[in-house]
Design a protein around this ligand. Structure first.
Ligand code: MRU
Length: 365
């Protein structure tokens, strides 16, 4: 997608120095656009933990490239295999909810099985990371292809009128490699000239909606409005939302979907108001080993400071402000689970299906 009118992906190997991986420091959006150089396994692990990179597909790809960086160091040790195995464990501990992380690490680990030659370790890890990134970008593009008809159908029902889509958090191209998941159908509709407008949930506490989704929609010229997290129900009651599309960090065999905290409340409001609620996901986000998302998906808890402080732009720099009594405790659950019964459908790279085991397996996953 375009950033300052130039095509970018979110992660790439530095052309000048192939032993270095580049990405954007997402903690700085929308105020600063800074390229972050990852040079070591620890750089990659820290980037995921500290949310310099975030969003399920990008977390997965960063971990894969992290194993490439680990490979560069492993070949200088006496036991490269043991080093790589510890590197994989380090990356697995970074964030618990997005299953892409575990899938991508596993894929690199499997590709490295039986490879002892130092050159082979580095080349295999790199080739696998590149393949993961390429496939992820293509999956997101296809989510756009399959999601577009949903928006076209709404456009056909209200010709010439604005189509209002609500989204939560950032499931845009900055959360992925390119295109985004929830945003892929939105970009496809906008690029086709459909009059689309996006309600952007601010998404407390880290404000990925207000900061990152708004930023990327603005860069692409998509009309949008930032709303507080509590506004969606009101808008739906007044007929101002035609469709909800969100991303997901892990979707189970029966179609339960974990996504950023607050998604579940949007699904409840959508159900009550007859608004279609879709979850967009590449297959890297499916976890077919579990069924009951509420019981089985690990939910990340993060620092209470993320709730008590806000980060904003003042006097030419990013500053942090306390917004609560300093002594009050805060709880910071990162994700919630929307049960399949509240989901109208899943938009995948293979097509749209019901949020159910039959639907998911019916697409051949
Ligand atoms: O905590 P984050 O910013 O990594 O959470 C991101 C989300 O919840 C996204 O909606 C999800 O990863 C889907 S990204 C295409």
């Amino acid at each position: 997608m375009k950033l300052q009118n130039q095509h970018h992906r979110t992660i790439w190997v530095d052309e000048q120095n192939p032993e270095q991986v580049c990405t954007f420091d997402q903690r700085l959006f929308p105020f600063q656009i800074e390229i972050l150089q990852l040079r070591t396994l620890e750089d990659a692990a820290f980037a995921i933990e500290d949310m310099q990179v975030r969003g399920a597909p990008l977390i997965g790809a960063t971990a894969a490239y992290g194993l490439y960086l680990a490979g560069l160091a492993a070949v200088k040790t006496s036991n490269p295999s043991a080093f790589m195995s510890q590197a994989a464990d380090r990356l697995r501990r970074t964030r618990p909810t997005a299953v892409d992380l575990f899938h991508c690490i596993q894929r690199v680990v499997q590709a490295l099985q039986g490879k002892d030659d130092p050159n082979q370790i580095v080349q295999t890890a790199l080739a696998t990371a590149q393949a993961i990134a390429d496939e992820s970008a293509e999956q997101c593009r296809m989510i756009g292809v399959h999601g577009l008809p949903l928006i076209e159908a709404i456009a056909a029902r209200k010709p010439g009128q604005v189509i209002n889509v609500l989204t939560h958090c950032n499931a845009g191209w900055l959360a992925c490699i390119d295109h985004g998941t929830a945003t892929a159908p939105i970009y496809a509709a906008h690029d086709l000239g459909l009059p689309i407008h996006v309600w952007v949930d601010e998404t407390r506490p880290r404000n990925q909606g207000g900061k990152i989704t708004a930023f990327e929609l603005l860069e692409h010229g998509v009309p949008h409005t930032i709303i507080t997290d509590n506004a969606g129900g009101h808008l739906m009651q007044h007929g101002l939302v035609d469709l909800v599309i969100v991303g997901t960090d892990r979707t189970t065999r029966q179609g339960d979907a974990a996504n950023k905290i607050g998604t579940y409340l949007k699904a409840l409001a959508a159900k009550d108001n007859g608004v279609p609620f879709y979850v967009a996901l590449p297959s890297s986000t499916l976890d077919l080993n579990i069924r009951d998302g509420v019981k089985e998906i690990p939910i990340e808890t993060r620092s209470e400071d993320e709730v008590k402080y806000v980060w904003g732009w003042k006097d030419g720099q990013i500053q942090q402000v306390l917004t609560t009594p300093a002594a009050s405790p805060a709880a910071n659950y990162g994700f919630d689970v929307t049960p399949a019964r509240l989901i109208t459908g899943l938009i995948t790279e293979r097509g749209v299906c019901a949020a159910s085991e039959e639907g998911i397996l019916g697409l051949g996953f």
